[in-house]
Every structure is written in structure tokens, then in C-alpha cells.
Design a protein around this ligand. Structure first.
Ligand code: PLP
Length: 238
């Protein structure tokens, strides 16, 4: 079986080295182990080793794993979320990274108020403007942030992006830089307007192929799956 602990240690070292290169403290970056489609056993092994941040892209898996696995795990919802599945995730996910519309934010807000919780969210922005990707465009992002900030039960913690799959991670550096600048711009603008529930400090960007470049450009969350758990096989259950 694949040695997830060995892999995690290697990625951890690369995260630390990237922080050092960028003159950042290691504790400024959360390494999220993206466990989607992988067996509970692997998650348990990493949990025993001390890992507390995992990423899932299916609401059903957030619900199942949150309810059946150790309570000290932070589950990050990183996948596309439909409004009718919001109640599976609110109250269970430590953060929802993939809020890509006002409609979805409204549903999360409503469920959060109902449960009496504040849900931490990130706004998903498609900086690269790829037609196939979810997410608001850069031009829409400020308006979206203002509209979402007006909703109760939410804390807008920052921005998230899924950068294009590239051979050379350097090709995505410009998109990581753009997301950081956009985050800064939105943070300034909301602060000027006295908006309180939008600290806008976080940047969720960088995956297996490009997390080091993302850290150099300011990522506060990197989402790494394949390099820790091995290739995913979508042909098999679940
Ligand atoms: C699957 C997934 C990841 C992890 O991707 P890897 O390339 O396997 O590291 C990160 N972010 C999102 C949104 C994902 O869906």
C-alpha cells in the first residue's frame, strides 16, 4: 500500500522549504491533505501521525467522515456545492472554500442562521478565466464579496482558486499573484466600507503540481491530494 506518512513528510518538507524561500513562517500556511476518494484507513494513519486538516469535494463525504471519524479533524469543503446539499456541510466543515455564487452564499447563510453557527467561507474566483471552470471572474469578485458580506451567519475569510493544470508550475505563478492582489484589493475596499465579517486574510491556492509556487505567492492554504495519497481512480467506488 502507498505510504501516506512518508509522502506527507516529503510534502511537509517541501512546504517548509517554500516558506523559507519566500521569507514566510511555516505557520502561515496550512497543508490540507485532500483525501477525496481515498480509504478511511489512509486518513486514520495520517490522523495518528498528527495531521488535522483534510479536504473533501463531496458533501456526502464531509458528512460521513465528520460524523464517523475523530472530532479534532478539520474538514475543508473544496468541491462544487449545490444549494440542496448545503445542510450536510454547514456545522461540519471547518471552512467552505468553493463559494462561487451569491445564490450559494445565501443558502449557506440561511442554514448557518438556522443552526446558530458562523460558517467560514472563501469566495472561489476564476482568475485564469477558463470557460470550463467554476467561480466568479475577477471583475465580478468585489461585487460578490460585498453582496455576500451583507448576509448573516458568514465570515468571508478570503479567496480560493483552482489554477489550470500545467506542466510547469511557473506558468501558474501569474494567476497566484493575481489572486493575491485581488484579495488585497477586496480587503481594502471592504475595510473602507466598515464591513466587519470579512477579514479576507486567506488565499487557498496550489495543488500537487504547483503548491510551492503558490506558497511563494502568498497561499495560506495549499490543497494537496495526489502527492500524498497517490493517483485517484475514479473508475472504482466510491
Ligand atoms: C482534488 C482537488 C485538489 C487536489 O488535487 P491534486 O492535484 O491531487 O493535489 C485540490 N483542490 C481541489 C479543489 C480539488 O478538487
Amino acid at each position: 500500500m502507498i505510504d501516506v506518512i512518508k509522502n506527507y513528510k516529503e510534502i511537509e518538507q517541501r512546504v517548509s522549504a517554500a516558506c523559507e524561500r519566500a521569507g514566510r513562517n511555516r505557520d502561515e500556511v496550512v497543508l490540507i491533505a485532500v483525501s477525496k476518494t481515498k480509504p478511511d484507513m489512509m486518513v486514520e494513519a495520517l490522523h495518528n501521525y498528527g495531521v488535522r486538516s483534510f479536504g473533501e469535494n463531496k458533501p456526502q463525504e464531509i458528512k460521513r467522515r465528520h460524523d464517523s471519524m475523530p472530532a479534532d479533524i478539520n474538514w475543508h469543503m473544496i468541491g462544487n456545492l449545490q444549494t440542496n446539499k448545503v445542510k450536510m456541510v454547514v456545522g461540519r466543515a471547518a471552512m467552505i472554500h468553493s463559494v462561487n455564487s451569491l445564490h450559494l452564499a445565501e443558502a449557506i447563510s440561511k442554514e448557518s442562521v438556522k443552526q446558530g453557527v458562523t460558517t467560514k467561507i472563501l469566495l472561489e474566483v476564476n482568475v485564469a478565466d477558463e470557460d470550463t471552470k467554476q467561480g466568479a471572474s475577477s471583475a465580478e469578485a468585489l461585487k460578490l464579496a460585498e453582496d455576500v458580506a451583507a448576509l448573516p451567519g458568514l465570515e468571508i475569510c478570503g479567496l480560493m482558486q483552482i489554477a489550470p493544470p500545467v506542466e510547469d508550475a511557473e506558468e501558474n505563478r501569474k494567476y497566484f499573484t493575481l489572486l493575491r492582489l485581488l484579495r488585497d484589493e477586496i480587503r481594502e475596499s471592504l475595510a473602507t466600507k466598515g464591513i466587519k465579517n470579512a477579514p479576507m486574510t486567506e488565499l487557498s491556492m496550489g495543488m500537487t503540481l504547483d503548491f510551492e509556487v503558490a506558497i511563494e505567492e502568498g497561499a495560506t492554504f495549499v490543497r494537496v491530494g495526489t502527492a500524498i495519497f497517490g493517483e485517484r481512480d475514479y473508475g472504482l467506488a466510491p
